[in-house]
Design a protein around this ligand. Sequence first.
Ligand code: ADP
Ligand code: MG
Length: 702
Amino acid sequence: MSRPVSLDPLFRSLRSIKGVGPQLAALLTRFFGAPDGQEAIALDLLMHMPSGIVDRRKMVGIAETWFGGVVTLKIHIDRHLPPPRGKPHIPHRVFAHDETGEIQLVFFRAQGNWVERALPVGEERYVSGKVDFFNGEKQITHPDYIVEPDKFASLPLVEPVYPLTQGLSSKALTKLTRQVLETLPALPEWMPPPTLQKFSWPDFRAAMRAVHVPETPEAADVAGPARMRLAYDEYFAGQLALLLVRSELIAPRGISRTFTGQITSAVEAALPFSLTEGQRQAIADVRADLAAPERMSRLLQGDVGSGKTVVALMAMAAMAESGGQSSLMAPTELLAAQHFRTLKPLADAAGLGIVLLTGKQGAAERRAALAGVASGETGIVVGTHALFQSGVEFHNLGLTVVDEQHRFGVHQRLALSEKGRHTDLLVMTATPIPRTLVLTHFGDMAVSVLREKPKGRQPIDTAVVSIRDYDRVVARLKTRIDEGAQAFWVCPLVEESEILDVVAAEDRFAELKKVFGDQVAMVHGRMSGPAKQAVMDAFIANETKVLVATTVIEVGVDVPNASIMIIEHAERFGLAQLHQLRGRVGRGSNRSACLLLYKDPLSETAKARLEVIKSTEDGFLIAEKDLELRGQGDVLGTRQSGMPGYHLAVPDVHRHLLEFAHDDAKAALAANPGLVGDRGEALRTLLYVFRKDTAIQLIRAG
Ligand code: ADP
Ligand code: MG
């Protein structure tokens, strides 16, 4: 199904717009971040929302103007004072007046004599701009607009202001956007009639006009009807696309699984502990999904240390009972190796074949591993996301488990990949996600939550200490190490630069070596996989006692004997991150401690943030605070993973519309799964406008 022709004007290159040459086109393409090799198009301009409004409707006399105010004046031009010859840094001044007072217009580095021509002595002009003072005189520096008295109508009295980049003026963007608006066709109404009636919003074209060419500042207000409509549209398109992906790729072609009970009971019998109620429930959820004819798409949400791995294992064991293989994808090699170590003895006890794929395996070893996978002998394959992407032949892959920790995005690519099409999907995450965010990022994914921690967990003593107490901290650490404890010492992200990170960690490592000698080791992100693994192995084997690390250990390392976590420059970390890091200790039977080292001076908010960590171990509560303090993009880590956000919807203002959009999308697809007829065409138009059209390609012909 190809793009409706009515949309052609929106998909033309910006170079076809008057006033856009190759240079500006290139700038705009960079600015709008068009996908690789593609140019910015007219639609990009339309979707670029103003960040504010300039109101030039204040028509006052010069005497009534005020400092910093944006005003429109009707003035009489009296005389020009160009800069003296050879002194181009002195501005060109124009003196003018009205009945109430005098004002100067100021121009720096004015080329040629355009100022004289624009403001002829003895004539009247409307000028609009911001008033300031110089030596006690009123002036407007570089007025935004100068128009002749009979052209007053061309002066935009209410003007949108756009987020800008170097080399692009808001005025230029306004001009271009207006041209695009003129060619914007009337589009078929995609909004379901009940929603349209309920909110009585303008149609899409009228809403775009209200936002880009507002008649009043209120018309473009982010909480006004026009922006509401557009935000809804964006959510609606997003939900429609997610649901299409799900209904076309994930749900159909599922297999009703039946279980013999043999492998799962053997695994459970081999566990050194009994399952928590939450784990039992989550396992039951998964089994019900596997037994149902639809494809499973489930999110397993549970705080650090809540025991998600066992749930995954029980799911994979159930899959093996019904003759299917499973893959477990971890974000890093370290974590994959750790999962393998945890799972191997349990799988062995149940006679369930399991292998680890790593990037550093020898060719023969890898061949042997892959042979077992291809023959079906191996029931569980553990590896990194990247490794699976490089292609693994399965005999009969039935279940994919993705351990995302708190880095999101992988499951989406997966859902679209060939592999995702044929398997049930279980995504594990440590970040508590509010329902609106689940909808946004996962569409209709079912959710299981592990709320309680496994029994026997000791609370962690958390203290906030200044780095000035370094000597005392190290002395105390020495005592604890001599008593048999192990500790993590985490060095922070320095200015987002991994290299500087490593330098900081190396300095600390050298310092600590003076005290701990060979008992201290270091691991960081720039080490090779095997080197990292060797350091980790020595730490796990309790050969080294203090592990200096950059945040690489954040992602899920399990060393039960480690009972001390020291985080240097804790004030630089996000709350969720601190919580994740602290979750690395408190896993064994020893009482654990977490030391948040900060550098003075500490701001009040920074202090308050550290207090949050000190006062609670409840990941949900911390996530809420984090959401408050930093905004959701950071909490989900989506900024790093480069997942596109919303352009029109502002979650803080429009979030409530997401539920409507979700319900509407669900109903629309249920009524018209093939998007056929006029209604279907309207919905397809919507998907194209919001560039979700890849979802359209998924609809099977017929
Ligand atoms: P996460 O949810 O962070 O992935 P893990 O699955 O790594 O948590 O589990 C954390 C630790 O808790 C592991 O050492 C694991 O063996 C242990 N554990 C898991 N479930 C239980 C349980 N029901 N009782 C006691 N310990 C458990
Ligand atoms: Mg885990």
